[in-house]
Design a protein around this ligand. Structure first.
Ligand code: NAP
Length: 473
């Protein structure tokens, strides 16, 4: 069994006893990980600060871009290995995991291109003279990321932060540290100077707190639950530290009768069951116009039945296991409560076998707006479908959620598409499809789904300070 360690200043580190990592498809130990402790946090932050001040912030932009491109190339050369690691540690179907590694390389390429486009402005101030702005790095950034897209979401933080000239201490989730550690190794091998990207596996409760409270950490880029995000924000407030937060969601999928209903029904299962529903963008609340409700539900159920659930190492698998026994129990508890209240579980919600944390995708109807299963993020393969009659009332119900991350809307009426897209309170929304994440476009949430935006040029605002310089005439 392989042993993985914190990656600090270009080398393996850590002295604690290793902890086993469980493969969710087999429930067997698949690797062991040495968790970072207080000493490693101190060493990582101090090293990152040295690397920042000692050269990374001042390196010529073209050289920095070239290094980021070399890291992208190193990731591309290792997409199969990285994909296999994510499949092993968190159960993602192998084709999705490899695709995710390839997309992660694309994120490095995108921000390599952004380095020389990180511009300020010249401002004709009223007293005359010369006034201009600079976008300057912040220093040491702590990136704290979840387990559902372990490599990709890490890159959403790491790439813009490095492109802007910061150094990064990356804290992966305890379920999924391997690809983050491998990223640190690959980046170092591709020429990223030691200390510029440190990786600290270990428990969020201690490492996360130590990072957020560390005086040399200037900024926290976090993706995870709203609960932990809120806690980190409160801690960061003590040091007026910058935070950007990508948090939970309960995203709608709105289907109007004038849409291509059959296409919507056929494609919608993967908008919620992809990644076994462990997706912040999962369209877990479906609003379907009553006239086409039965037709949509029939098509949706049929498409769900055709999904291949099973061994994530099989290239044909579309839905793998959940990340942990606990994560599966949370979904099961929601379903139990819904059944007890008389709601209809049309299919799924059962365990397909005795090994692995599998749960068949569940489709629920007959729910009421006050039901927990309709309101709360489940983070599992569970969808609720409700009919609606009136556009205005439906939008009000969509917006009644404290979340506002993502969503889809299906209509062939252009005016309606624009009107509803404007009114839905969410950071992203897709029309007649479910693609809401693009490396080149901003991604993030309204309300309790977050603060700030990942991806696109907008993400650079998370990792830079604006300086205004005035030169007397
Ligand atoms: P989580 O429990 O909030 O954990 C996220 C990260 O925070 C992990 O690295 C975790 O470390 C760490 N952490 C936990 N407690 C901490 C603390 N007290 N202080 C500092 N760090 C701490 O979330 P998760 O279960 O991994 O991920 C699921 C959640 O993430 C869902 O709510 C989902 O919607 C959200 N999410 C949002 C987006 C988005 O872009 N908006 C994307 C993906 C996921 P440990 O693993 O060691 O506990």
């Amino acid at each position: 069994m392989s042993t993985w360690r914190p990656f600090i200043d270009g080398s393996d580190a850590g002295t604690a006893s290793p902890r086993p990592l469980v493969n969710p498809a087999t429930e067997e130990h698949c690797a062991e990980v040495v968790p970072a402790g207080a000493a490693e946090v101190e060493a990582a932050v101090a090293g990152a600060d040295r690397a920042y001040r000692g050269g990374w912030r001042d390196i010529a932009p073209g050289k920095r871009a070239a290094i980021l491109r070399a890291v992208a190339a190193a990731i591309r050369e290792h997409v199969d290995e990285l994909g296999k690691l994510d499949t092993m540690q968190m159960g993602k179907p192998i084709m999705d995991a490899v695709d995710e590694a390839d997309t992660a390389a694309g994120v490095f390429e995108y921000y390599a291109g952004a380095v020389t486009r990180l511009t300020g402005s010249t401002i004709p101030v009223s007293r005359g003279g010369f006034d201009y702005t600079l976008r300057q790095p912040m220093g040491v950034v702590a990136a704290i990321v979840p387990w559902n897209f372990p490599l990709l979401i890490a890159c959403w933080k790491v790439c813009p932060a490095l492109a802007a000239g910061n150094s990064v201490v990356l804290k992966p989730a305890s379920f999924s540290p391997l690809t983050a550690i491998r990223l640190g190794q690959l980046a170092a091998g591709a020429g990223l100077p030691p200390g510029v990207l440190q990786v600290l596996p270990g428990p969020g409760g201690s490492i996360g707190d130590a990072l957020v409270g560390h005086p040399l950490v200037r900024k926290i880029g976090f993706t995870g639950s709203t609960e932990v995000g809120s806690r980190l924000m409160a801690m960061a407030a003590k040091g007026i530290k910058r935070v950007s937060l990508e948090l939970g969601g309960k995203s709608p999928n709105i289907v109007f009768a004038d849409s291509d209903v059959d296409k919507a029904a056929a494609s919608s299962p993967m908008s919620v069951f992809a990644n076994t529903g462990q997706d912040c963008c999962a369209r877990s609340r479906m609003f379907v116009e009553r006239r086409v409700f039965d037709r949509f539900v029939d098509g949706f159920v049929a498409a769900t039945k055709s999904l291949k659930v099973g061994d994530p190492t099989d290239k044909a698998t579309q839905v793998g296991p959940m990340v942990s026994a606990n994560q599966r129990e949370i979904s099961e508890a929601f379903l139990k409560e819904a059944r007890a209240a008389g709601r209809k579980v049309l299919i799924g919600g059962d365990r397909p076998g005795s090994k692995g944390f599998y749960l068949n995708p569940a489709v629920v109807t007959g729910v009421e707006p006050a039901d927990r299963i309709w309101r709360e993020e489940i983070f599992g393969p569970v969808v609720c479908i409700r009919p609606f009659d009136d556009e205005e009332a439906m939008i009000e119900e969509v917006n009644a959620s404290p979340y506002g991350l993502s969503g889809s809307l299906w209509t062939n009426d252009l005016k309606r598409a624009i009107r509803v897209a404007n009114r839905v309170e969410s950071g992203v929304i897709s029309v007649n499809c479910h693609n809401s994440v693009h490396t080149d476009a901003p991604f993030g949430g309204f309300k309790q789904s977050g603060i700030g935006r990942d991806l696109g040029m907008e993400a650079l605002a998370n990792y830079t300070e604006t300086k205004n310089v005035y030169v007397a005439p």
